[in-house]
Design a protein around this ligand. Structure first.
Ligand code: PPS
Length: 280
């Protein structure tokens, strides 16, 4: 099950344990390349969606799963050789908090695409995801999950959403970080694809962006994208592509829970300038 290292709770992935000290150091010391693209996000923010977009843009093709077959999360990769030997350009993804990223990347070598999603929908997505995963075995009721994880981040992986998000916010001004929002992508995927292409310095016509947007719609991804998390379910069933909507939180949060959430958010996230859209 999950384990604690450096006062943070981590999933038991082969790139993180055993020998955590060595494996975290290997990542921190990893050589970066100018052409590297790191997709960084808290789980359930839209990682798989953005990954498929990046995969198509970087390969200049509209075939599915080109990169997910090659590499999943950086945390899954063991030994690290599988990453250090990848040909350029590399597309890597990780949920690790900023301070655990390779030092060279933190110093500007390589690019980061950072995806965020409004925390109400993100927590609902996380709750449903964990419920569907026998390997996670945290079958809490929504009320219990709300009290523990949504409000207190208790037992949350990767340091929990609040700490993760606050740490990342401090870094968002760097030239090598592109900040994206799930809700913006829902509103205008083509526009966001063009923005990503520009940031990673890949050519992309409006026509190609429109084709990628169609290929990466929720329904098309659900039908065609490999679910790299299916290994956590009995029989490898995919539970990743659930609803793909903005505002599903309203079907889960009671009015009272929403008030508790807003009050807690204001307090815990004091001083941040993040602007989440909670409905479309
Ligand atoms: S993780 O932790 O990396 O495995 O999960 P992640 O990919 O970050 O997030 C999963 C949620 O993203 C939704 N999703 C999409 N939404 C809109 N459009 C597209 N194309 C799309 N693809 C995936 C997915 O359905 C999960 O959200 P919920 O709300 O649970 O449906």
């Amino acid at each position: 099950g999950p384990f604690v290292y450096d006062n943070v709770m981590w999933p038991p992935f082969p790139g993180l344990c055993p020998d955590s000290e060595k494996k975290f150091k290997e990542k921190q010391d990893m050589e970066c390349r100018d052409t590297d693209v790191y997709l960084c996000s808290f789980p359930k923010a839209g990682t798989n969606w953005t990954h498929e977009v990046l995969s198509m843009l970087m390969s200049q093709s509209t075939s599915y799963n080109l990169w997910v077959k090659q590499k999943g999360l950086l945390e899954m990769c063991d030994p690290i050789d599988s990453v250090t030997k990848m040909p350029s350009p590399r597309l890597l993804m990780t949920h690790m908090p900023y301070r655990y990223l390779p030092s060279q990347l933190q110093n500007g070598k390589g690019k980061i695409v950072y995806v965020q999603r409004n925390p109400k929908d993100l927590f609902v997505s996380l709750y449903n995801f964990e419920k569907g995963k026998s390997a996670i075995e945290k079958h809490l009721s929504w009320e219990e999950f709300f009290e523990k994880t949504v409000i207190k981040d208790e037992g949350a992986l990767y340091g929990g959403w609040y700490e993760y998000t606050k740490e990342w916010e401090k870094q968002l001004g760097h030239d090598n970080i592109l900040q994206l929002y799930y809700e913006d992508m829902k509103k205008d995927l083509t526009g966001n694809i063009l923005k990503i292409a520009d940031f990673i310095e890949t050519s992309c016509s409006k026509e190609l962006a429109e084709t990628i947007a169609d290929k990466c719609s929720f329904d098309n991804l659900k039908a065609n994208r490999i679910d790299p998390t299916s290994f956590l379910t009995d029989g490898g069933k995919s539970t990743l592509f659930r609803k793909g909507q903005v505002g599903d939180w309203k079907n889960w949060f009671t009015v009272a829970q929403n008030e508790i959430f807003d009050r807690n958010y204001k307090d815990v996230m004091k001083g941040t300038t993040l602007n989440f859209l909670y409905e479309l």
